[in-house]
Design a protein around this ligand. Structure first.
Ligand SMILES: [Zn+2]
Length: 456
């Protein structure tokens, strides 16, 4: 496939810009990962899929060995502590189990593994080092066992979210505390009680605030500044604003990352997803249970449905969209399996790559797939989107096989082979008709064996 120039929409400048990495031989991307205390919901799947497509595209454009993708795992958080206590398990048991489920979900969605998946609890030393730098340079202060970032010490604070001071203050006043000098100051480190996880620090035994984790892990694995920082739009303020404040002030840099990318919100059947509305769906439920649309869905359909909407637009997650994605998958799988070119493909490959390179215009890229005439090109294009039609076919095969009585089918096939060997054609035909009525398609092989599949 040809290599068009990548342009991406940068939240920092609110414009689409030509992508120019600091070091083209080592493109660096950081995406905020999960807090591992519960099943990831389908809204969480959106950044996983979107930034996986970007990762694949960057590897395509710069070479697979020249892109470094870091997605963290937050394994220290008050939500984790509360859930572990509630369930009567240790924090380690909870985070390990949740992470295992998360990794399985992400694999089923067709995402490549990031180059590094750092854990917060393994980067406490880097967090402490950043906090000490911030105190030394007058951007943070210790008070009452806490360390806080001094927001007024950074004139550029608010540049990413472009929120007015009043808006930011209104949000910050929810969390007033006597140890804060300014209302907007946020926690870098806080004291831990004996029953809470904690690490020794110059300010007593404690644990990190959430924002400091990402500054520490991106620094450890990508350096003081890097190319792309991604996440959901809900992270712009305060999380990403605070990451920028910490990293830029600790390392005395103008920028933390040059390009900030954010995916839009997700709704379910036109409504905000929430536990109280009863429309809260997890990736695990969609894949393994019959809670959405009364059936299980293959990971490939979830992925394709997600990519039919541009990543910056809000997406409405519906049964209808999943059905449409699946019918496209079925057609493409059949077309790739047959392997017959049906016309002149023109500059399909170039147009497809160009659509993706234009700020990941996946809706345009997907619409081009419908007109593909060369199965090999279609397959290559789908790979760039991370959609594997063979995996989809295997899923269909195993689902249909698990819904039929394989033992009974095998017994009938054996009886038919015996009837044919005895030249009892009437019996052989009767058995074949019985199998056809069950939806079984027989294929008599040259070696005398018979294979079968379910009619699609
Ligand atoms: Zn983060």
């Amino acid at each position: 496939m040809s290599t068009p120039a990548l342009r991406i929409y940068n939240t920092l400048t609110r414009t689409k810009e030509a992508f120019s990495p600091i070091d083209p031989a080592n493109v660096r991307m950081y995406v905020c990962g999960p807090t591992v205390y519960d099943y990831a919901h389908i809204g969480n799947a959106r950044p996983l899929i979107v930034f996986d497509v970007l990762y694949r595209l960057l590897r395509h454009l710069h070479g697979a060995d020249h892109v470094r993708y870091v997605r963290n795992i937050t394994d220290v958080d008050d939500k984790i502590n509360a859930r572990a206590a509630e369930r009567g398990v240790t924090i380690r048991e909870l985070t390990e189990e949740t992470n295992r489920i998360f990794q399985a979900d992400v694999r089923a969605l067709g995402c490549l593994e990031p180059d590094v998946q750092p854990r917060a609890t393994e980067h406490i030393a880097q967090m402490l080092a950043i906090i000490e730098k911030l105190i030394a340079s007058g951007h943070a202060y210790a008070a009452d066992g806490h360390v806080l970032f001094d927001v007024p010490s950074m004139p550029a604070y608010g540049r990413l979210s472009r929120r007015s001071l009043d808006e930011m203050l209104a949000g910050a006043r929810v969390d007033v505390a006597p140890y804060k000098r300014g209302d907007m100051d946020f926690v870098l480190w806080k004291p831990s009680k004996d029953n809470e996880p904690g690490w020794d620090s110059p300010w007593g035994r404690g644990r990190p605030g959430w924002h400091i984790e990402c500054s520490a892990m991106s620094w450890a694995h990508l350096g003081e500044t890097f190319d792309i920082h991604g996440g959901g739009i809900d992270l712009v303020f305060p999380h990403h604003e605070n990451e920028i404040a910490q990293s830029c002030c600790a390392f005395d840099r103008e920028v933390m990352a040059n390009y900030w990318m954010h995916n839009g919100f997700l709704q379910v059947e036109g409504e905000k997803m929430s536990k109280s509305l009863g429309n809260f769906i997890t990736i695990h439920d969609l894949l393994h249970t019959e809670t959405f649309g009364g059936r299980k869905w293959p990971g490939e359909a979830l992925r394709l449905a997600m990519l039919r909407t541009h990543y910056r637009q809000p997406i409405d997650w519906t049964v209808k969209a999943l059905e449409e994605a699946e019918s496209a998958l079925r057609r493409w799988a059949e077309f790739v399996r047959k392997g017959e070119t049906t016309g002149d493909s023109g500059n399909f490959a170039h147009q497809f790559a160009a659509a993706l390179a234009d700020d990941l215009n996946t809706p345009l890229a997907v619409s081009l797939l419908h007109d593909a005439v060369d199965p090999a090109q279609l397959d290559a294009a789908l790979k760039l989107l991370g959609v594997d039609v063979r995996k989809y076919s295997d899923w269909i095969e195993s689902e249909t096989r698990s819904s039929v009585d394989v033992t009974a089918i095998d017994a009938l096939i054996a009886a038919r082979i015996a009837a044919r060997a005895a030249k009892n054609w009437g019996e052989s035909d009767r058995i074949r008709d019985e199998l056809v009525a069950m939806g079984v398609v027989l294929m008599d092989n040259k070696d005398g064996t018979t294979s079968w599949e379910m009619k699609r």
